[in-house]
Write a protein that binds this ligand. Structure first.
Ligand code: GLA
Length: 747
């Protein structure tokens, strides 16, 4: 059992192979957080708590003679409000008499093996792993509020998940205005924070800074996890780098409004509170009703950022994403969006299918514009029936034709949206979220459907199923192209309006789950204007998410790197698009575009009919090469190799197979120079004793990487220790965004 309770000292020990987590119930029944870090052999770490009377830090009534014991300074496991702790609260509670105070004390606990599914929410699946669960029941006796803290220990995977369940055990109503999934206090914490902010077409940019004595909030109230603030945060030592240093990760498994709040307190402790955002949130709990929060995935390592990323990659790939697609070879797809936008008909799409099949693509995805009256982005959303004017033979004709060429077929949907100019909206104007007394805020000229209503979810399930039943569709791209505003449901009572944003997510998850159950073989690729809903919640239903609407390979280096801190390469949708790039006009060689897209799910997003013969031949080869390295890239260990300073000139990253028998090194020069600095990296994760031979070298056209070093040659061999400790120099890289890809094979 990975969870142990020491009854005499009332301490819970949660043990994974390389981490240990401790909770101590003190003499007043408060659940204290006493440790999270490298295993300490179940030594009671509460000796680190200092009793000290700090001014203006009050005491529990029963501890009034012990002024050093204050809720304001003790490290707690789930923080309270109004009961002496002035730091961030984990919940917001309004009792029936209007009181906001809640004070949680230990009632009981249950330790069991296994893990239960979270009903209606995505979660980390136990799968075949040995998982143990601690349910720690805390209570505010005065208002009859029970809060059960749930911990699942994935012993072998070095990960702990946490969530909270609120239950009203009184006869009166309790209102939740905030219900975090977790809070934690890290004492003596001199830490940096790394977060992943961004914007549409520039998602998950990495920002690292020192935590000061303030409250730092990463949050979204867009109704999505957002392009702007990803619900994943890392805290680490100031000197932590890829290979060394204490790092903590907190990742919310949720796709809607969220907040990760971090406060460094007067004594230098850091509190992290993570969960659904309290903005606009109000949830009424009647007698015996409960509320289950989403889950947070926690990981901790002293071995630096690479190890932390690895822990998240593994748990997401193996325990979050649907099992059906884990080991399946995902098809190299071609998507027509950037190739045609809305300007297509049957003949054009079939022409694209034909030439895509000739260059080796394995699946055609028909993007936006095939349904309703949709010739631009102002109309048609919600009308999930085929536009016969454009596609007289329906989806079936195109799917059959695509299949006859040996390719799979996939289709785009944007289920949760509706245009005012659609039959659906004309028939059901109250199915959209909007304030009854205001003109709605528009986004891309569309409104958002009220997914809190069962009839809306049923309509979508039926109409989407009808299309999916009409042809051999093996993939769905599930888009979401605006933020939520005017969150108001015509079907809910006044006092329930604060529940709608979360009920919206529950409705979306319900639709995804129902479609997954009915079509277990159809792979969903998540999308929200690119990566606006790139989170572990969506990954529970879809193993891959379109990473960004920005397909420029050079911008993608930063987007994919930022994404890689928390999410595996196998989840990142990445395509080769036309050059000059449609988002920023940059010209990048086709090999460089492919080397970058290969560090993702790989595919093409262009009109293959317009390709030169030379590019067609190149692409054919690229697909063969990607397929050759598929397992290494998708399942190998991923290493970021370059520092911020190096990345002013070049970016390098690497994959190593689990058995260390092969590695793939990728280098892209982002700023070529006269008399240049030579790209140099130390490879990682190899077998130090082994000899590795280069058996494949790819250089982008026009690139030279020879000159002085001449290392990038097939047949050259190096010892693992030389590559890891001495390093590897590419030689000078000249040309336009030159790129290099090298495969090392153990001899
Ligand atoms: C979003 C997606 C794109 C494309 C368009 C279609 O922006 O991210 O890939 O599907 O919608 O409207």
């Amino acid at each position: 059992m990975s969870i142990r309770f020491d009854e005499n000292n009332r301490i819970f020990y949660l043990n994974t192979v390389n981490s240990e987590y401790q909770i101590k119930i003190d003499e007043y029944g408060v659940a204290l957080h006493t440790y999270y870090g490298k295993p300490v052999g179940n030594t009671d770490m509460s000796y680190l708590i200092t009793e000290m009377d700090r001014g203006f830090s009050g005491n529990l009534y029963e501890a009034r003679d012990r002024r050093g014991v204050s809720p304001d300074t003790l490290p707690t496991e789930y923080s309270t409000y109004g009961a002496g702790d002035f730091r961030l609260s984990a919940a917001g509670i309004i009792a029936d008499n209007g009181s906001r105070t809640y004070d949680l004390r230990y009632v009981s606990h249950d330790i069991k093996s296994g893990k239960e599914a979270l009903k209606g929410l995505p979660y980390v699946r136990a799968e075949k792993d040995k998982v143990d669960t601690l349910e720690l029941k805390l209570e505010d006796k005065i208002i009859g509020l029970e809060v059960t803290l749930i911990y699942n220990v994935f012993e072998e995977k070095d990960v702990i998940t946490r969530s909270a369940r609120f239950a009203n055990k009184s006869e009166k109503t309790i209102t939740l205005t905030k219900a975090a999934s977790m809070s934690i206090d890290i004492q003596y914490a001199d830490l940096d924070i790394i977060e992943f902010h961004g914007r549409h077409a520039m998602e998950r940019q990495t920002e690292r800074r020192e935590l000061g004595h303030d409250i730092h909030v990463i949050s979204s109230k867009r109704g999505t996890s957002s392009h702007h603030h990803n619900p994943f945060v890392i805290l680490c030592d100031h000197n932590a780098d890829e290979d060394n240093g204490l790092c903590y990760g907190f990742m919310l498994v949720y796709s809607g409004n969220h907040a990760e709040e971090i406060e460094k307190d007067q004594a230098g402790s850091v509190r992290v509170v993570s969960g659904i955002s309290g903005d606009g949130f109000a949830w009424k709990l009647g007698q015996d009703e409960d509320f289950q929060t989403p889950e947070v995935i926690l990981a901790c390592t002293e071995n630096g950022l690479n190890e932390l990323s690895y822990l998240y990659h593994r748990i997401i790939r193996e325990n979050v994403c649907p099992a059906e697609f884990r080991d399946m070879k995902r098809p190299v797809l071609i998507n027509n969006w950037e190739g045609t936008y809305f300007d297509f008909d049957e003949e054009k799409i079939m022409g694209i299918a034909k030439s895509a099949s000739e260059i080796g693509c394995e699946m055609l995805v028909l993007d936006d514009g095939w349904f309703g009256v949709r010739n631009d982005d102002n109309s048609g959303l919600g009308d999930w029936f085929v536009n016969i004017d454009k596609l007289p033979g329906g989806i079936k004709k195109i799917a059959d034709y695509t299949n006859s060429l040996g390719m799979k077929f996939g289709l785009w949907f944007e289920p949760e949206m509706v245009n005012e100019d659609s039959d659906l909206y004309r028939n059901h104007p109250d199915w959209a979220l909007k304030d009854p007394d205001r003109k709605p805020v528009m986004g891309r000229n569309q409104l958002v459907l009220d997914m809190s209503r069962k009839e809306v979810v049923d309509y979508l399930f039926d109409s989407i199923s009808k299309i999916l039943d009409s042809a051999n569709i093996e993939y769905v791209k599930w888009d979401f192209n605006r933020s939520l505003s005017n969150i108001y449901s015509f079907a809910a009572d006044t006092e329930k309006q604060g529940e709608i944003a979360h009920r919206f997510m529950l409705g979306t998850y319900d639709l995804m789950q129902r479609l997954r159950e009915r079509y277990p073989k159809i792979m969903i690729e998540g999308c929200s204007g690119g990566g606006g809903r790139f989170d572990a919640g969506i990954l529970f239903y879809s193993p891959q998410i379109w990473c960004s609407d920005n397909s420029d390979a050079i911008n993608r280096l930063k987007i994919q790197k930022g994404t890689s801190y928390g999410y595996p390469v196998s989840s990142m949708g990445a395509h080769v698009s036309a050059s000059p790039n449609h988002q920023n006009g940059r010209v990048v060689p086709i090999e460089t575009r492919a080397i970058v897209a290969m560090s993702g799910t790989f595919g093409y997003e262009l009109d293959p009919r317009k390709l030169s013969e030379e590019d067609k031949a190149t692409i054919k080869k690229q697909i063969e090469e990607f397929n050759r390295f598929y397992t290494l890239i998708q399942k190998g260990r991923y290493y970021r190799l370059t520092t911020d300073r190096q990345e002013g000139y070049y970016v390098a990253w690497q994959f190593v197979s689990e058995d260390k028998s092969e590695a793939l090194l990728n280098v892209v020069a982002t700023d070529v120079q006269g008399n240049p600095e030579i790209p140099f990296v130390r490879l990682k994760g190899l077998d130090a004793e082994a000899e590795y031979e280069i058996d494949y070298v790819k250089l982008s056209t026009g690139t030279t990487a020879e000159g002085g070093t001449n290392n990038s040659k097939t047949g050259k061999s190096f010892s693992g220790s030389a590559l890891m400790h001495g390093g590897y120099a590419t030689g000078p890289m000249f040309g336009v965004y030159p790129a290099l890809q090298i495969h090392f094979k153990r001899k």
